[in-house]
Design a binder for this molecule. Structure first.
Ligand code: BGC
Length: 802
């Protein structure tokens, strides 16, 4: 199978069973409410194909006995498969099974129109050749609607074509091999019914969360746009319901089968009952062309806001668009108001069980500048889970709100307590929930959203309470060390998941993770600032409703000046206290022995060793600081703590950690590329290009089939948008200070900033910024080092020289 990326498409020619799962994930279609993998409509889960469909926020929990323990796991549920559509000629075999030889096949994902098309020529055992073309969409316009249209063209034969079109409720969560020991039978079929001459209904319910899911499918057979005389037969088989529809076809007499499907769940609003609504809307829906037209218009507007144009390698442009595309299929205007977060692996597969991590940190910045209303909606997912986070803090003996490392339905901790090392076959204790820094990511996202939008109402009622509660949690986490004369945060994990304990120690956890501690200081400073920033009356309100006290304000002040940051080797920020004492790792030896050493955790454990002994990281940890904060901000924070941070130290820290990182997470290269964007453009571009390939080329060797890596996808787009343009919001000014990599000669995009639409164009010679005429006032834009008051309809430009 060959794969080609063009400006606006992804094309696959041929077929490769080994790469079909990858293709399915990359060809997923979704609309921010529901998404369906790009499996062929005639396929079923059989080890090669995996037709998964996922509804945003639809989770279910089940218990399994594993390694002598009862493990409860919460999954994003694989809901019934709405795709099934196949045919047979006469009483021959069903297309999709044995008995058909594929002569040629081409599949194309059209990014502009969000349309997946296929053209396949097949020959059956009786020697008849048939051309099959199909197209499908998951409507961005009406999020309950999906459609497939399949045209069957007989080449030189005449006969009866029988189409089988249905809905399959017999699916389970079985998309990730490592999880197969865990129960995945989340669906219970409730009802299968015919609700109209050409329409069937399937209703299921999740086993323990009792979410009711209904799908209705209407299937028609047309020729030249007109209905063809057909015979229909209802077929029920367990959780499968559909129709077999027969029509005569022949040369010059093709058949076009149109299947329109509606999907509803009991989590929806404006709903009577999912089955009733799904049936009503399937019967009312327009034809394929009309639905497709509205879907394409909806996408055109989304693209108008979100596209980024570069002049450079065509592949880079295409992949950037693919990344924007998958982000918008996971969260879109249809997501606004839904009670959902962003699953780290999109709605594209079952890896990480659809849980929500800190990856939002990499995803929200792009949304902030395009569709900040979506960020607001996603932040509400966290806000609504504050009571659970407060409860979790209390249970663990802390104050404030302790957000979970992995979040699902209620916001309780969903991280697994055991995980399987597929390399050794052993189930091992998992301590990743100790990544308390997740709370800082939530706070950082609140602050970024506020910076870009200036949305004070949100800040007062939602943002400030979150910042305060998270600050309280980190404040209660810190303890005073008399000997060190500093406060410390002990027993946590940083972003690098390969270190979860000190070598030989009894229990898990590490002390003074530098990333956590510096960001905690950032958090205390922000929490203090937010309280001051609100108008007097609101400040009073906040003070009383949040029961703030002078003592705690003083403690945040104190902590923001007295938290410990560990160092070793003369200016290297220690990833955690004691990191400098760990052994150096034999990188060359392991590379030679294993080739791919991204997953050193699995390799070392299978050897009876542990990464805890070595100076090695899965991903950027200390360097996350340089990714999230500007050099000025960081220097201020260090100075506040009484530490010095020189430009030379920053350079040395980047080199030091880059040499000791295996990039076992797709987020890692992205962060390294970002922090090197100005100091080492060549290496930065290399790491950026590798990040671009993460999913299209499946660099982790099999993980993309289980779901895309949305953080890395969104991060690449954000690196181009904010990193290369040098964009930053500081002191109510939108600053731009571009540095393009040598491989790009221009970069152009539209963005939104505090109710202004702004157009940015960067070439090697010029930076041009303009706003369209509007009723708005002027906007403060800082270009290089000068602030301009840009009136609506005006343009400013500066020379960038060579
Ligand atoms: C990374 C985490 C990330 C998670 C979900 C892990 O492999 O180490 O940082 O949040 O994947 O994407």
């Amino acid at each position: 199978m060959t794969q080609t990326v063009t400006d606006w498409s992804l094309v696959f020619e041929g077929f490769d069973p080994e790469r079909e799962g990858l293709r399915e994930a990359l060809c997923t279609l979704g609309n921010g409410y529901v998404a369906t993998r790009g499996a062929t409509p005639e396929s079923r889960a059989d080890g090669v194909h995996y037709p998964g469909t996922y509804l945003a926020g639809c989770y279910d929990r089940l218990n399994t006995e594993i390694a002598g323990r009862t493990v409860e796991n919460e999954d994003l549920v694989n809901v019934p498969n709405w795709l099934p559509l196949s045919f047979r000629i006469g009483d021959g075999p069903w297309f999709g099974g044995e008995g058909f030889e594929i002569l040629e096949q081409r599949r194309e994902l059209d990014l502009r129109r969000a349309l997946l098309t296929r053209s396949v020529r097949v020959r059956d055992d009786a020697g008849r050749t048939t051309l099959v073309t199909d197209r499908r969409f998951v409507s961005m316009d009406d999020h309950h609607l999906c459609g497939i249209e399949m045209t069957v063209v007989p080449e030189g034969w005449t006969g009866v074509l029988t189409v089988r079109s249905g809905l399959d409720g017999g699916v389970t969560n079985a998309g990730v091999a490592r999880y197969r020991d865990l129960r995945g039978d989340h669906l219970v079929v409730q009802e299968t019914d015919q609700v109209g001459e050409d329409t069937v209904l399937l209703e299921t319910e999740t086993r323990t969360s009792h979410v009711r899911i209904a799908q209705a499918a209407r299937t028609r057979v047309l020729r030249d746009g007109e209905p063809v005389p057909v015979e229909r037969r209802l077929v029920r088989d367990g959780g499968w319901i559909g129709q077999e529809i027969s029509a005569r076809v022949g040369p010059g007499q093709p058949a076009t089968i149109v299947k329109v499907v509606t999907i509803f769940s009991s989590r929806d609003r404006a709903l009577y009952e999912p089955g009733v609504d799904a049936s009503a809307w399937a019967l009312r829906a327009e034809g394929f062309e009309a639905l497709l037209r509205r879907h394409v218009v909806a996408w055109a507007y989304v693209w108008q806001r979100c596209d980024i144009r570069i002049t450079g390698p065509e592949r880079a442009q295409g992949i950037l668009r693919l990344h924007i595309f998958h982000l918008l299929q996971t969260v879109s205007p249809n997501t606004i108001g839904l009670d959902v977060g962003v699953p780290a692996r999109g709605l594209h597969g079952e890896a990480y069980r659809g849980h929500v991590f800190w990856d939002e940190l990499f995803i929200f910045p792009f949304l902030n500048q395009r569709l900040s209303v979506i960020t607001q909606s996603l932040l509400m997912y966290r806000f609504r889970r504050m009571p659970e986070a407060r409860w979790a803090a209390r249970q663990a003996g802390f104050d404030g709100a302790m957000f979970p490392w992995q979040s699902g339905s209620t916001g309780r901790e969903e991280s697994q307590t055991l995980h399987l090392n597929p390399k050794s076959g052993r189930w091992l204790p998992d301590h990743s929930h100790l990544q308390r820094h997740i709370g800082i990511a939530v706070a950082y996202n609140v602050w970024q959203y506020y910076q870009v939008t200036g949305d004070r109402e949100f800040l007062r009622f939602r943002g400030a309470p979150m910042l305060i509660e998270i600050a309280r949690f980190f404040s209660s986490l810190a303890t005073y060390d008399r000997a060190a004369g500093r406060h410390r945060i002990r027993g946590v994990m940083g972003p690098d998941e390969y270190h979860d304990a000190y070598p030989g120690s009894e229990g898990p956890g590490l002390d003074d993770n530098a990333y956590t501690n510096v960001m905690a200081v950032w958090l205390f400073v922000r929490a203090l600032e937010v309280i001051e920033l609100l108008p007097e009356s609101q400040r009073q309100e906040l003070w009383e409703t949040m029961a703030l006290s002078r003592d705690e304000i003083e403690r945040w002040e104190e902590l923001s000046r007295k938290l410990k940051i560990p160092f070793h080797d003369d200016g290297i920020i220690s990833q955690f206290e004691g990191y400098g004492d760990l052994e150096e790792f034999d990188w060359d030896g392991y590379r030679q022995r294993y080739g791919d050493i991204q997953r050193l955790d699995r390799i070392l454990e299978s050897e009876g060793d542990t990464p805890n002994r070595y100076k090695l990281s899965k991903q950027a940890d200390v360097l996350m600081l340089f990714f999230l904060l500007s050099v000025e901000e960081l220097r201020e924070l260090f100075a506040r703590l009484g530490y010095e941070l020189t430009p030379d130290m920053i350079r040395r820290n980047i080199t030091y950690y880059l040499a000791r990182t295996s990039h076992g997470s797709t987020l890692s290269r992205l962060v390294h590329s970002w922090v090197l964007a100005r100091s080492d453009r060549e290496l930065s571009w290399e790491l950026f290009s590798e990040t671009l390939e993460s999913d299209v080329a499946d660099v982790q060797g099999g993980t993309t089939a289980e779901g895309i890596h949305l953080g890395a996808m969104a991060g690449t787009v954000d690196l181009v948008q904010r990193g290369y343009s040098g964009m930053e919001v500081r002191g109510d000014v939108l600053w731009l200070n571009p540095t393009l990599p040598r491989e790009l000669t221009s970069l152009e995009f539209h963005m939104h900033y505090r109710s202004h639409r702004i157009f940015v164009s960067i070439t090697t010679e010029k930076l041009v910024v303009s706003t369209p005429p509007s009723e708005e006032g002027s906007v403060s834009i800082g270009l290089l080092d000068t602030v301009h008051e840009l009136e609506p309809g005006a343009t400013v430009e500066v020379n960038l020289g060579t």
